[in-house]
Write a protein that binds this ligand. Structure first.
Ligand code: SF4
Length: 336
C-alpha cells in the first residue's frame, strides 16, 4: 500500500530551541513512522534574511541535521535533504509566480509582522516577499498530503492551498481532478505553544529562547530571569499559573503531574514563591535535556556525517521531485 506523504522544512538559522522541540518536531518524529516523510533544510529560505552574510548557512545546515538526528529523526525512515540540492523547486516556484496575485503575498500576516519586529536585518528584498510562494513549491513538489506546522504557519499553508487550486484550474490534468495536491496542516498538540523567557512566543529572533544545547549555567541564568505572572508582585500575592510562561514550560517538560498540580495549587494560594518554582524548573529542564545533549555530543564526533545524510537524502528525493516537475512542465505546455 502506498503511504501518504508528509513534508516539513526548517530554516537553518541557528540552534534548535524548546519552541521547535515541543512545536512540530514531536509531530515530525511521529510521522516518520507512518508516512513517507520528507524533511528538508531550507537553506534558500535562510538566505532571504541572511543574504548580507551567508557564511553561517552551511554550518547551521550541518548543525540542523545533527540536531534533528539527536532529537530522534532516523535517516533510514525519513528523507532528509537540502533545499538547494533540488533546484527544481525554484522552477516550480517560477510557475507559481505566474498564477499568484501579488495581493495574496502582501496579506500574509507573518510578512508584515516580521518586517516590523525584525529590525537588525534588511528584509526589503524580493526573496523575503516571495518566501511563502517558495514554501508552496517546497510542499507541492513532493505532492505532500500532510504538513506539520506551527499555528503561525497556517496562513502560509492556506496560501499554498490557494495557489494549488489556482494552478490546477489554470492547468487542468487530463482526469480533471488537478495534478497538484492540496496539503492538510497538522498543528502541534494543544498546550504545545511555548512561550519564551519574556512571555512572547519563543523565537531566536526575539532573544528569548532556551536552546536544546544550553548548558546548566545558561539554563539557570535564563530561567532565573524569566517572566512569571506579571500581576504577582509579592510572594504573599496569590498568582495565576494559567498566565505564567514559566509554568507553561514546566508543564511541557515535567511528566510528574502531581508535582505540576502542586505548583499550580501553591501558587494560587500564595504558599510558594516564584524563585522556588524557578529552581525546580531548572532542575527538571537540565534532566530533561540531558539525553538529547548526550546524543548530540556523540554526533558531533562524526565529521562529515551530516553531509552524507543530506547527500543520500537528495538522491532519494530527486527522482520524486524530477517526476513532479516534468509533469508540471507538460501541464504548462512549456515544451510544446
Ligand atoms: S509560583 Fe510558579 S506558577 Fe506561580 S507565578 Fe510564580 S513561577 Fe508562575
Amino acid at each position: 500500500m502506498t503511504r501518504q506523504r508528509t513534508l516539513t522544512g526548517y530554516r537553518p538559522t541557528g540552534k534548535l530551541h524548546l519552541g521547535h522541540w515541543f512545536g512540530n518536531l514531536q509531530n515530525m518524529l511521529a510521522l516518520q513512522e507512518e508516512y513517507d516523510a520528507f524533511y528538508f533544510v531550507a537553506d534558500w529560505h535562510a538566505m532571504t534574511s541572511m543574504w548580507a552574510d551567508t557564511t553561517e548557512i552551511r554550518r547551521f545546515t550541518e548543525e540542523q541535521v545533527l540536531d534533528w538526528i539527536a532529537a530522534g529523526l532516523d535517516p533510514a525512515k525519513c528523507t532528509i535533504y537540502r533545499q538547494s540540492d533540488v533546484p527544481e523547486v525554484a522552477e516550480l516556484a517560477m510557475y507559481f509566480t505566474m498564477v499568484t496575485p501579488m495581493s495574496w503575498l502582501e496579506r500574509v500576516p507573518s510578512y508584515k509582522e516580521q518586517r516590523e519586529q525584525i529590525t537588525d536585518r534588511d528584509l526589503g528584498n524580493v526573496g523575503f516577499f516571495l518566501y511563502p510562494l517558495l514554501q508552496a513549491a517546497d510542499i507541492t513538489i513532493v505532492r505532500a498530503d500532510l504538513v506539520p506546522v506551527g499555528e503561525d504557519q497556517l496562513p502560509h499553508l492556506e496560501l499554498t492551498r490557494e495557489i494549488v487550486r489556482r494552478f490546477n484550474t489554470a492547468f487542468p490534468s487530463a482526469d480533471g481532478k488537478g495534478y497538484l495536491v492540496e496539503p492538510k496542516g497538522l498543528t502541534p498538540k494543544e498546550g504545545a505553544r511555548v512561550p519564551g523567557t519574556d512571555g512572547r512566543k519563543m523565537s531566536k529572533s526575539y532573544g528569548n529562547a532556551i536552546f536544546l544545547d544550553d548548558s546548566p549555567e545558561e539554563i539557570t541564568a535564563k530561567v532565573m530571569s524569566m517572566i512569571t505572572d506579571p500581576a504577582r508582585k509579592l510572594k504573599s500575592d496569590p498568582g495565576d499559573p494559567s498566565i505564567c510562561p514559566l509554568h507553561a514550560i514546566h508543564k511541557l517538560v515535567s511528566s510528574d503531574t502531581a508535582d505540576i498540580a502542586g505548583w499550580d495549587a501553591c501558587c494560587r494560594s500564595a504558599e510558594c514563591g516564584c524563585v522556588a518554582h524557578k529552581r525546580k524548573l531548572i532542575e527538571d529542564l537540565i534532566a530533561y535535556l540531558a539525553p538529547f545533549q548526550e546524543r548530540r555530543a556523540a554526533l558531533a564526533m562524526r565529521p562529515g556525517y551530516a553531509w552524507e545524510v543530506l547527500s543520500e537524502g537528495a538522491a532519494r528525493a530527486r527522482p520524486v521531485i524530477r517526476g513532479v516537475v516534468d509533469t508540471v512542465r507538460a501541464l504548462v505546455k512549456i515544451d510544446e
